[in-house]
Design a protein around this ligand. Structure first.
Ligand code: IPD
Ligand code: CA
Ligand code: CA
Length: 266
């Protein structure tokens, strides 16, 4: 039997502890290496935080699987009914350059359904969390997206502008025109934080052409529990088993934004 309530409380506590660890590490110089390119970085802190989370999870739940960006847990996720999907530091480039605008993201997925989402922003001490069927919260305050928003009044977050995939998807014109269709564009460089901000109503949508499950899993649970809409660009439910395009939106804006994005497919 899975006690999701207990897991929820533990995941929140571990995310906060991991966040404090990351803040402590910022007091000394951060060592980083390139992964696939000079803009794809990993630090010793990404690895240390992931190891901390993996150790905590396995200590309490030795029969659960883990998908972490840094690959600390090596077994095949398909072998597990309950999976923890973790991004130890989402926004590594911000972590190195700015020492803020990065988060710890944790999700628990049971039989392919997102049950728990936690996003912790250590620099602002903000904990966004959601539990399936139980609502979403920011530092204990309920999050509910209840106010209608039109695209012309919306603040939209995206990493579309520099994404070469825009060409592959035939989205160049849509992407180029996007700032003129809305009130403003915001770019935080941290997918999980941007999805949490949609849930909190600080921005109205976030669009990406390529995210991995560890980038969007926690944000999907939180945003859906806040009443928001999350899908891929085709309008399909996001799968936790692979990379995907992502549209995360205020529910009232979602149909208009999807129609705008889809015009390029016609
Ligand atoms: C990245 C950030 C970034 C997004 C990238 C992600 P990382 O995650 O979320 O905002 O545009 O697609 O890979 O590498 O900092 O964990
Ligand atoms: Ca990430
Ligand atoms: Ca990461």
């Amino acid at each position: 039997m899975c006690d999701f309530n207990q897991m929820f409380e533990q995941a929140k506590a571990w995310a906060i502890e991991a966040g404090k660890l990351s803040l402590a590490r910022l007091e000394s110089p951060i060592q980083f290496t390139y992964k696939s390119s000079p803009s794809d970085l990993v630090t010793h802190v990404d690895k240390e935080v992931e190891e901390f989370l993996v150790n905590m999870i396995l200590k309490h739940y030795p029969d659960h699987g883990i998908v972490g960006e840094e690959g600390t847990f090596e077994r095949d996720p398909k072998d597990f009914e309950t999976l923890w999907i973790i991004d130890p530091i989402d926004g590594t480039t911000n972590f190195i350059h700015q020492k803020l605008n990065y988060v710890i993201s944790i999700a628990v997925v049971h039989q392919e359904v997102g049950m728990i989402g936690i996003i912790y922003d250590p620099s602002r001490d903000e904990l966004f969390c959601g539990r399936k069927g139980e609502g979403a919260y920011l530092n204990g305050q309920r999050l509910r997206l209840e106010l209608p928003v039109k695209q012309q009044e919306a603040l939209i977050c995206t990493s579309l502008f520099w994404n070469q995939r825009a060409e592959k998807y035939g989205l160049e014109k849509v992407v180029y025109d996007l700032p003129r269709t809305c009130r403003g564009i915001r770019v935080y460089g941290c997918a999980a934080l941007e999805m949490a901000y949609v849930a909190a109503g600080r921005v109205d949508a976030y669009v990406s052409l390529h995210l991995n499950p560890w980038d969007f899993a926690g944000g999907k649970v939180i945003l859906e529990e806040a009443g928001g809409s999350v899908s891929n660009l085709e309008g399909e439910e996001l799968s936790f088993s692979g990379a995907s395009t992502v549209v995360a939106s205020n529910p009232f804006l979602y149909p208009e934004l999807m129609a705008y994005m889809k015009q390029s497919f016609n």
